[in-house]
Design a protein around this ligand. Structure first.
Ligand code: DX5
Ligand code: ZN
Length: 215
């Protein structure tokens, strides 16, 4: 079995010091870097956009894992491709009838294509696309903020997806992940764990990342 991928979310990092923050978690076992893009419409918060991804591309070889929490993702995906993203995930609740266009853009650029579902969105919504994508991101908090409580009911969908699409390359989980919730998600079939507070706010990041790998 291949090793679980840890993707620390820079939303919980020191934004004045991103280069060093990324180097620190990379040195300590994180393979991907999770970048939460929020537009103040799809979610009630605003974070960062493609220019930041472009700058980070210049200072790290880690996979830049871009999580788009934005309306009209089809309009912005080309900017994130150009900026140097490796993984682009958009929300099914935002892409609507443009879902296939979004997948096509990401796949034609040879990137990892992901679709995310909010805690209340059913797996049946993404079922038609499972064979066309590389990853499903199951949100275990309402998207918008780091540091929220894990929603166990939402995590059960990981199991459902694993059964429905056993060959899907990645099942990623995001929201309230710590060593206890990670264990549950891994048992359900997740192989990529996003963690914001648990990694970046930890006194010992190396230990936290190792705990997630061992969960
Ligand atoms: C929430 C974001 C998450 C968030 C995770 O909308 O998508 O990536 O930063 O933070 P924690 O791990 O602290 O819940
Ligand atoms: Zn995220």
């Amino acid at each position: 079995m291949s090793e679980t991928i840890i993707s620390p979310s820079i939303l919980s990092a020191d934004f004045a010091n991103l280069e060093n923050e990324i180097k620190d978690v990379t040195m300590n076992g994180a393979k991907w870097i999770h970048i939460d893009v929020m537009d103040g419409h799809f979610v009630p918060n605003i974070t960062i956009g493609a220019p930041v991804v472009k700058s980070l591309r210049g200072v790290t070889n880690s996979k830049l894992d871009v999580h788009l929490m934005i309306e009209n993702p089809e309009k912005y995906i080309p900017d994130f491709i150009k900026a140097g993203a490796d993984v682009i995930t958009f929300h099914i609740e935002a892409s609507k009838e443009k879902t296939l266009d979004c997948i096509k853009m990401i796949k034609e650029a040879n990137l990892i294509a992901g679709i995310s579902i909010k805690p209340k969105t059913k797996v049946s919504e993404i079922a038609p696309y499972l064979k066309k994508i590389d990853m499903v991101l199951v949100m275990t908090v309402e998207p918008g903020f780091s540091g929220q409580m894990f929603m166990p009911k939402a995590a059960v969908k990981i199991k459902e997806i694993k059964e429905m699409a056993p060959n899907l390359k990645y099942i990623q989980v995001d929201g309230g992940i710590n060593d206890t919730t990670a264990k549950k998600c891994k048992l359900y079939g997740a192989n990529c764990l996003v963690a914001g507070n648990y990694v970046f706010k930890s006194d010992n990041r190396k230990y936290s990342i190792q705990k997630l790998l061992d969960a």
